[in-house]
Ligand binder design. Structure first.
Ligand code: NDP
Length: 249
């Protein structure tokens, strides 16, 4: 069987890199991007494109580069994202532009660039949302809202562009990457905040990037062919808990 081709945005580090490595291991041609130069430790089989997904011409360029190198794109993973840790009261215009342009417009740009071909040939889009788009993390107003957008767009694409295109989202919980570390660093007492968060994980540990890449691998495969328009929480059970304090029962 011909190799399938996947684009993973934001593969320079963190969750995106784990997805890149997993999809390579699964036998895909892999293209990825970031705003900087090709990371030195990226597998040489991976096509690196310097591209900012918030710019529509960059998104189109990324698609074109993948097409030229590998042929049509079968799977698109919208992983690139940024977070700003502020309430509405503290957020300024630059915060809005940064978060919304990357987390919302970036996903939209990539989907719009990939869909014309996908609606003809078939395709599969996997968006990385967040539990923060479902339950609000404190002082993350724009980030929380941007991820709710991702979940909503996921359902719309599934409804509008099936049966040729499947579209699903993953809602990660606390996955240990630079982004998660930055989040904890802002707590009044980071060590206490981490211990408290850990105690709220029924599985007894924080997430690792591979926990998300495992889910991407399944969603990208035919084993999930009956699944579309869904958002999957992968958070070690953290948001399954009732808000009641278990210490009082
Ligand atoms: P990191 O900050 O570790 O990595 C983000 C990646 O996105 C980098 O490769 C970065 O590369 C890339 N990126 C950022 N902006 C752009 C852009 N405009 N164009 C292209 N690439 C870009 O984050 P994580 O790996 O932790 O997060 C990945 C995704 O998972 C994000 O969407 C995040 O919101 C989501 N998530 C993460 C959670 C966690 O606990 N870590 C929890 C829930 C969701 P560069 O900076 O070089 O451009």
């Amino acid at each position: 069987m011909d190799k399938q081709t996947i684009i993973v945005t934001g593969g320079s580090r963190g969750i995106g890199r784990a997805i890149v490595d997993r999809m390579l291991a699964d036998g895909f041609n892999v293209a990825t991007c970031g705003r900087g130069l090709r990371p030195e430790d990226l597998d040489e089989a991976v096509l690196w494109v310097q591209a900012d997904v918030s710019i529509s011409s960059d998104a189109e360029f990324l698609l074109k580069a993948a097409n030229e190198e590998f042929g049509p794109v079968d799977v698109l993973v919208n992983n690139a994202g940024v977070q700003v840790e502020k309430s509405v009261l503290d957020s300024n215009d630059a915060d809005w532009d940064l978060v919304m342009n990357i987390n919302c417009r970036g996903v939209f740009n990539m989907c719009r660039a990939a869909l014309p071909d996908m609606v003809q040939r078939g395709g599969n889009i996997i968006n990385i949302g967040s539990i923060s788009g479902m339950v609000s993390d404190p002082s993350m107003a724009l980030y929380n809202a941007s991820k709710a957008f991702v979940h909503g767009l996921t359902r719309s694409i599934a409804v509008d562009h099936g049966p040729k295109v499947r579209c699903n989202a993953i809602r990660p919980g606390w996955i240990m990457t630079e982004m998660a570390e930055d989040g904890f660093a802002l707590a009044r007492d980071p060590e206490k905040a981490m211990a408290d968060a850990l105690a709220r994980h029924p599985v007894g540990r924080f997430g690792e990037p591979r926990d998300i890449s495992n889910m991407v691998s399944w969603l990208a495969s035919d084993q999930s062919s009956y699944v579309s328009g869904e958002c999957f929480t992968v958070d070690g059970g953290m948001t399954a808990a009732s808000p009641l304090n278990p210490g009082l029962f």
